[in-house]
Design a protein around this ligand. Structure first.
Ligand SMILES: Nc1ncnc2c1ncn2[C@@H]1O[C@H](COP(=O)(O)OP(=O)(O)OP(=O)(O)O)[C@@H](O)[C@H]1O
Length: 249
């Protein structure tokens, strides 16, 4: 799958300047981590890639198909930063509802919801009301909702925010399993140390422009010499932003 943004500019209404400026980006295979300071435009990039918003100028395509088409929407799933909580729905109802919103019929949505919950290892929570889940479990339900229609590209906006270390581990294993199944993932995070080292690619956005995009090895090569072991990703990120006048961590 080739998800591509070509020369995309995006300006929010009632804002003077564009948030993303003439941005060209092609999502690599595997897991890509999207880093950048607050307000860099990460969520905006993910929303554009998900076809939730349209670029002011430029094009978003998947294998050459324009964003917004049925095929595009079936193949690409987006999980927003703030998952809508529907507390009175069970996890399975929640996921099935997401499938139905994506155009599946009720029967398929209901059947696929169980499969999606299996994939995120929440089978035992299928009949639990989503309002009774922990934040981390709710995010996994969010991923199941994104997977219910067998999306091949997953766009996750800060999915690990607020997770405890164990939930993070479970979540990382989940993502690794999806990558093995061939799902392409773009994930924004502020947890540089937590994820950058197991991603295949790292993209760093600053002030609406791509500062760095390449393999994780390319990214870690930016680590200043003398960095304490285990702090390489954080140090590389800080060095990159400091060099470009960004606001850092
Ligand atoms: N609906 C909106 N209307 C106007 N401005 C917006 C809107 N949404 C976001 N912005 C602005 O666009 C800029 C980029 O926001 P965005 O959410 O894409 O950044 P981000 O990198 O995801 O930030 P964070 O790490 O804080 O989540 C910010 O300055 C933000 O205030």
């Amino acid at each position: 799958m080739t998800l591509q943004l070509a020369s995309c500019t995006y300006t929010y209404r009632r804002r003077r300047g564009p948030i993303l400026k003439d941005l060209t980006y092609r999502l690599p295979s595997g897991l890509t981590v999207l880093l950048g300071p607050n307000g860099a435009g990460k969520s905006t990039l993910l929303k554009l890639a998900a076809s939730v918003i349209r670029p002011s100028t430029g094009r978003v395509t998947l294998n050459g198909l324009p964003a917004g088409t049925k095929k595009f929407r079936e193949a690409v799933a987006w999980m927003p930063q703030d998952i809508v909580s529907l507390p009175s729905m069970t996890s399975r109802e929640y996921v099935a509802y997401a499938g139905w919103l994506k155009g599946m019929n009720r029967k398929d949505a209901w059947r696929q919801a169980r499969r999606a919950l299996d994939r995120v290892q929440l089978t035992d929570k299928a009949n639990v009301k989503s309002g009774q889940l922990s934040g981390g479990q709710l995010r996994r339900v969010g991923v199941a909702a994104a997977l219910v229609h067998d999306a091949q590209v997953l766009l996750l906006d800060e999915p690990t925010a607020g997770m405890d270390p164990h939930q993070r581990r479970v979540f990382r294993d989940l993502l690794a399993g999806l990558v093995i199944e061939g799902v392409q993932i773009l994930l924004s995070t502020h947890d540089v140390a937590d994820l950058a080292e197991e991603a295949h690619h790292v993209t760093v956005l600053n002030a609406g422009q791509i500062l760095q995009h390449g393999t994780t090895e390319d990214f870690l090569a930016l680590t200043p010499s003398g960095t304490v072991q285990g702090r390489a990703a954080e140090a590389a990120y800080t060095a990159l932003l400091t060099h470009h006048g960004g606001s850092g961590l």
